[in-house]
Structure formats: C-alpha cells, structure tokens
Design a binder for this molecule. Structure first.
Ligand code: NDP
Length: 244
C-alpha cells in the first residue's frame, strides 16, 4: 500500500517551486492532490505529468488573498474527492527590500499572501476537520521564521507569524495535526518577486547553494504518513552548505 493511501491533500501555490515539488512527491506516494495557484496553465501542465505517472490530481485557479476563493478551493476538493485530509499552506511571495526603501505596497502584498493566505486556508478547512475528528494542516514558514537578515524585516515577520499561528493551532486542537516547515534556500522562482536591485543581487549569491524542492516534499510526506496520533510539529530543512 502506498504510504499516503489516497489521502486528499490540498496544496496552495502549487504552480512552481516547493508546491509543485511537493505535489509530485505526495502524488507518487499515493495521495490524491488538489493543486491551487493563480497560473492555471502551469497547474494543468503539472497535473498532466502527474497523471501520466498514474497519480490522481485536480487543479483549480486560486488566489489565497481571497477568503471566498480559498473556501471555494476546499469545496472543490470535497466535490471532486469527497473529503479533505491535509492542507499544505505553501503559497508565498518574497519581495525583499530595506525598510528605508518604503516599498509599502510590497509589505502589504507579503502580509496578504504569506499571513492572510495561511489564515484563509485554516478558515477554509479547520471547522470540517474538527467536526470529522481528524485532519492535518501543514504551514510553510522559512528559516526566516527564526532569524531576520537585512532586507528581510517584513518577509521574516510574515514567517514568524506563520510559526506563531502554527504553534497556536497545535495548542488549540487535539484532533487536527499541525506541522510547520522551515525551509532554508531552495531552488525555486521565489526571488523573482524581488524588485530592489541590492536585495536581488545578494539573494542571487545566497541562492547558489540552493537544494531542490522535492527535499521539502519528502519532509511533508514524512509528517503526513505518521500514525494519526503522531503530530510532527516542526521540521527545518537546510542545504548542507548553509553556514549562517
Ligand atoms: P515560488 O515562487 O516558486 O512559488 C510560490 C508559489 O506561490 C507559486 O506557485 C505561486 O503561484 C504561488 N502564489 C503566489 N501568490 C499567490 C496567491 N496570491 N494565491 C495563490 N498562490 C500564490 O517559490 P517557493 O516555492 O520557494 O515558495 C513556496 C513557499 O516556500 C513560500 O511560502 C516561501 O516563502 C517558502 N520558502 C521558500 C524558500 C526558498 O528558498 N525557495 C525558503 C523558505 C521558505 P502563482 O504565481 O501561479 O499564483
């Protein structure tokens, strides 16, 4: 029997990077995956490849900044597969810049996607998970949820928030499992959202050591495949080459 045994797993931000890599890993392990993001063409292309490898997958356009949209995403998953077992709150953006650059629109964008998006995901699935007596919410924070670097004050604050939300959820529920994942640098499109030239240059150097997104997918698989009474709360995954 595949380790994830037809569990229905919703993944936000599944059109690239960690979300895409996680979708491929979990589908290969037997999960039925439901992929959401704004770029529907990319989702459909990923889904075709998952299906070609005998995986079960559905796709839906999703903007996590809209609570109604995230609720509709969860309803879509229930309509297609009959249940929701796991939500991976992964969608995120990282337009790094120094505070003095006053990129206030980008601050708000990060808050909307990285914090509100996670809360919207929780709102969309938690009541049903509590009612059915089981469920699992996986939140993707960052090593920026522990340490703040210059240009990352706002981004890191959103990831500290994801850590706090995860810890609160863990303490409030004895039915729903909660896992917070803290990736180090991973080879994805995340740095494409950086508009500040200095921040982009220093991030390009840092990203040279990046590891592949499937490393995070395997960490998430590990948390999901544990017996129901086992709650894996925090996993940090860094490139071996990381020195800071
Ligand atoms: P990518 O840019 O490759 O992926 C980000 C995903 O989020 C895309 O699928 C994007 O899809 C989606 N997304 C962005 N905005 C929205 C939105 N409003 N609604 C729905 N989906 C959205 O980067 P990563 O894979 O690296 O990022 C995934 C997560 O991992 C993020 O939370 C990030 O903070 C975290 N992380 C990444 C690290 C890294 O080094 N890469 C390190 C630590 C944490 P679309 O544009 O199609 O909507």
């Amino acid at each position: 029997m595949a380790s994830l045994d037809k569990k229905v797993v919703l993944i936000t931000g599944a059109s690239s990077g960690i979300g895409e890599g996680t979708a491929r890993v979990l589908a290969a392990a037997g999960a039925r995956v439901v992929l959401g993001a704004r770029r529907i063409d990319k989702l459909k292309a990923i889904a075709r490849e998952i299906e070609a490898a005998a995986g079960q997958v559905r796709t839906r356009m999703l903007d996590v900044t809209s609570l109604e949209d995230v609720k509709a995403f969860a309803d879509f998953a229930r309509a297609e597969f009959g249940q929701v077992d796991v939500l991976v709150n992964n969608a995120g953006v990282m337009p790094l810049s120094p505070l003095l650059a006053l990129k206030t629109d980008e601050w708000n964008w990060m808050i909307d996607v990285n914090i509100r998006g996670v809360l919207h995901g929780i709102a969309a699935v938690l009541p049903r998970m509590e009612a059915q007596g089981h469920g699992h919410i996986v939140n993707v924070s960052s090593v920026g949820g522990f340490v703040v670097q210059p240009t990352a004050a706002v981004y890191a604050s959103t990831k500290f928030a994801v850590r706090a939300i995860s810890e609160g959820l863990r303490k409030e529920s004895n039915k729903v499992r909660c896992t917070c994942i803290y990736p180090g640098v991973i080879d994805t499109e995340l740095a494409n959202t950086i508009s500040d030239a200095t921040a982009r240059e220093s991030m390009n150097k840092y990203r040279a050591m990046a590891i592949q997104p499937d490393a995070i997918g395997r960490a998430i698989q590990y948390a999901i495949e544990q017996p129901n009474e086992v709650d894996v709360n925090e996993i940090v995954v860094r490139p071996l080459a990381t020195q800071v």
